[in-house]
Write a protein that binds this ligand. Structure first.
Ligand code: ZN
Ligand code: ZN
Length: 164
């Protein structure tokens, strides 16, 4: 009977350790999905918000060969993909009067600093771009979570060794 009690107390300890670890892992998983929720991170800008800023500043238009945008001879070619702008395509015309495919420009603005691919005129305020790139860097490489993962795996090994 004593052996049975010992077995159950052993089982109980194992269960407690198991659920503590499970809880920790869930917290880390949520943290990695939401990109953290501390105050300093709240001001970071997601891709959706970033694209919305671009759209607000430079609304998408439908390219038309008859529109006044053709006055500048360089504006009928998208210099990102180096192909000609076709009638009816979705384009974005920047403040500097340069026109690009909407998709080409959006991809460009996400990968590089938010400047016109042709003349380097700023498309968005520095602060927005900086906040956006900070979030992107954090999603790709988060040192703090890696440290926590390391601690957790060490804890895993220790508790299992102690139990068996
Ligand atoms: Zn293009
Ligand atoms: Zn330009």
């Amino acid at each position: 009977m004593a052996a049975l009690t010992e077995f159950f107390s052993h089982l109980y300890t194992m269960t407690v350790v198991f659920f503590t670890l499970l809880l920790l892992e869930i917290v880390i998983l949520i943290r990695s999905i939401t990109g953290g929720a501390s105050d300093s991170e709240k001001r970071l800008i997601t891709t959706t918000q970033y694209l919305k800023f671009i759209e607000e500043k430079n609304p998408t238009t439908i390219y038309s060969t008859t529109s006044s945008s053709r006055v500048d001879p360089s504006s009928n070619e998208c210099t990102v993909c180096l192909s000609e702008l076709e009638e009816g395509e979705k384009v974005r015309k920047l403040k500097c009067k340069h026109t690009f495919h909407k998709d080409c420009l959006d991809r460009w603005l996400q990968q590089y600093w938010a400047t016109c691919p042709l003349c380097r005129t700023k498309v968005l305020p520095d602060e927005i771009v900086a906040n956006y790139h900070r979030l992107q860097n954090q999603v790709e490489y988060d040192g703090s979570d890696e440290e926590m993962m390391f601690l957790l795996s060490a804890l895993h090994d220790n508790s299992l060794h102690r139990l068996f």
